[in-house]
Ligand binder design. Structure first.
Ligand SMILES: Cc1cc2nc3c(=O)[nH]c(=O)nc-3n(C[C@H](O)[C@H](O)[C@H](O)COP(=O)(O)OP(=O)(O)OC[C@H]3O[C@@H](n4cnc5c(N)ncnc54)[C@H](O)[C@@H]3O)c2cc1C
Length: 314
């Protein structure tokens, strides 16, 4: 059976059994998305302890039947559909569009997005398994999938308004690659020292973004950027606000990709925002809470990166 079929069959079987298997699953689906929207990873684990959940939880090294099925499906797809193009993509410093569409078509780009929005409706462990398995074959492709799933998709899921979810989640699950635009020349580890500014219009209907982000993964392929900008620098980090910015918006410029020693097929570029007008409805969550969302979501992102490293090691 071709990898595509293997993968689709496995995923379809998963979907068919999804509801019942979830009820029966020995492992509760924990990850920050499973609980209240503003809870971070460590406190969700604490909640399990509080509720005596640890008694029922399998060790992290033991996967549920669903998780094993996802792992096998993505491994088959990566070996058969991705491996033949790894050398070419590395030489070209570019991920093939058909590979990206294949990731969408197999549900790998919407791992934790609920099925009602076209996602795969799976758990965080499954999302990490996808990253790990892709990394065994091509870590450039896995970084694209990791950032998309663990950072943007989850940020929209946790803190986006219903309107924002309705607008973006179906696209993020089906054909729109996302980028996470936080770092700047003078703002790496110290992320909150950012200089990108968001000025709100007098009538409050839109913000104007100005600034330059650096080392932004997926930026060449992105249909949308999750951008962090300060809407009130007088309040320091408490002015930082998150925006969903359509890549086609006037004033969004993606610069020349960095020349890297590894992950060459993954685009890492500067992204310039020059008088970019963003509707206030595209604010993710609340104005001024961007720093909180950022801290929370990067906790998940780090686990995704760790999965990537395990895959590379394998
Ligand atoms: C391949 C690649 C992809 C990336 N993709 C993205 C992306 O998609 N989106 C995005 O927003 N950013 C991205 N980045 C940027 C990345 O997040 C930053 O590189 C990272 O935050 C570190 O910032 P920096 O490079 O400025 O290093 P610095 O902040 O200058 O740190 C340099 C070193 O000093 C150490 N250090 C810093 N501050 C302290 C301190 N106070 N005490 C002790 N030690 C300290 C750090 O640990 C590090 O070892 C990417 C980077 C790379 C290389």
């Amino acid at each position: 059976m071709a990898a595509n079929s293997v993968c689709r069959v496995a995923m379809r079987r998963h979907f068919a059994r999804n509801a019942s298997s979830r009820r029966l699953s020995a492992r509760p689906t924990y990850g920050i998305g499973t609980y209240a929207t503003d809870r971070h990873f460590s406190s969700s684990v604490l909640q399990d302890v509080d509720q005596g959940g640890l008694d029922h939880r399998m060790p992290l090294t033991t996967f549920s039947e669903d998780e094993e099925m996802v792992r096998d499906a993505v491994r088959a797809w990566a070996n058969q559909e991705l491996k033949p193009f790894v050398r070419e993509m590395d030489d070209d410093c570019k991920t093939r569009p058909d590979v990206i569409q294949g990731l969408f078509d197999h549900g790998f780009m919407g791992m934790e997005i609920p099925e009602k929005w076209g996602g795969s409706g799976m758990n965080f462990t499954s999302a990490c398994l996808v990253v790990e398995e892709l990394s065994r074959v091509d870590p450039s492709v896995s970084i694209l999938v990791d950032i998309h799933n663990t950072l943007t998709n989850n940020a929209v899921r946790f803190w986006g308004s219903e309107q924002l979810k309705e607008k973006w989640l179906p696209r993020l699950a089906s054909n729109c690659v996302s980028s996470f635009a936080l770092s700047e020349a003078g703002s790496g580890t110290d992320a909150f020292a950012m200089r990108t500014i968001a000025n709100q219009s007098e009538d409050g209907s839109y913000f104007t973004l100005n600034g330059e982000k650096l080392w932004i993964s997926n930026s060449r392929e992105a249909g949308v950027f999750l951008v962090f900008a300060n809407a009130n620098p007088a309040l320091k980090h408490k002015g930082i606000t998150a925006f969903m910015v359509d890549a086609k918006t006037e004033g969004v410029h993606v610069g020349k990709p960095e020349k890297k020693l590894g992950l060459r097929a993954s685009s890492t570029c500067p992204v310039i925002f020059e008088n970019v007008k963003v509707d206030s409805e595209e604010v993710l969550g609340e104005v001024g809470l961007g720093y909180k969302y950022c801290i929370n979501i990067l906790n998940e992102g780090r686990i995704g990166i760790a999965s990537q490293q395990i895959g590379v090691g394998k």
